[in-house]
Write a new protein. Structure first.
Length: 148
C-alpha cells in the first residue's frame, strides 16, 4: 500500500493510492475514495499520470489538467473517469467528471488526458450547479514536494 501524507484538512490536497484498485482525493475538507480499474493501467501508471497532471498546473497561471481516476483500454472502452482541474492564477477548481470517448472530436491520448477535458462550466445543461472544490496552487505545490 502506498500512502502519502497530506497537509491539514483545511488547506490540504492529495491524490493517492490507498489500496490495490482504490484511490483517494482530498481537496481541503472534501475527501472521496474511488475505484481504479487496473486492467489497462497499473498503479505506477496512475501515479505517473497524476504527477504529470499536477506538474502541468504549475507550468501556467491559466490551464486545464485532469487526474484520471479510472481508465480501461480506450480502444474498447467508452468512458474515462477523471477529476478535471482548472487553474486560474492561484486558484484551482476541481470537479468530478467523465470523458465520453465517442463524443470527442479526436482520439483520446492517455499520456495527455487533459486535452480531452472541456472548458470549466459551473452549471450543467439543466441549469444545476456543478459540484466543485477550490484549492490554492500552494497546497498542490506542498503535496508535490512531500510526495516526490
Amino acid at each position: 500500500m502506498t500512502r502519502i501524507s497530506t497537509t491539514s484538512s483545511h488547506e490540504g490536497f492529495a491524490i493517492e493510492l490507498v489500496s490495490a484498485g482504490t484511490g483517494k482525493i482530498v481537496v481541503r475538507d472534501f475527501t472521496e475514495t474511488f475505484p481504479m480499474d487496473l486492467t489497462f493501467w497499473g498503479t505506477e501508471q496512475y501515479k505517473e499520470s497524476w504527477a504529470s497532471a499536477l506538474r502541468r498546473l504549475e507550468e501556467a497561471d491559466v490551464t486545464t489538467s485532469c487526474l484520471v481516476s479510472s481508465i480501461t483500454d480506450p480502444e474498447t472502452a467508452n468512458i474515462i473517469f477523471c477529476w478535471p482541474l482548472y487553474r486560474f492564477q492561484d486558484e484551482i477548481f476541481v470537479q468530478n467528471s467523465l470523458i465520453i470517448l465517442d463524443e470527442l472530436d479526436g482520439a483520446f491520448d492517455p499520456d495527455n488526458p487533459w486535452f480531452s477535458v472541456g472548458p470549466r462550466e459551473v452549471v450543467d445543461e439543466d441549469g444545476n450547479r456543478i459540484s466543485e472544490w477550490r484549492i490554492d496552487i500552494a497546497a498542490v505545490r506542498k503535496f508535490r514536494a512531500v510526495s516526490q
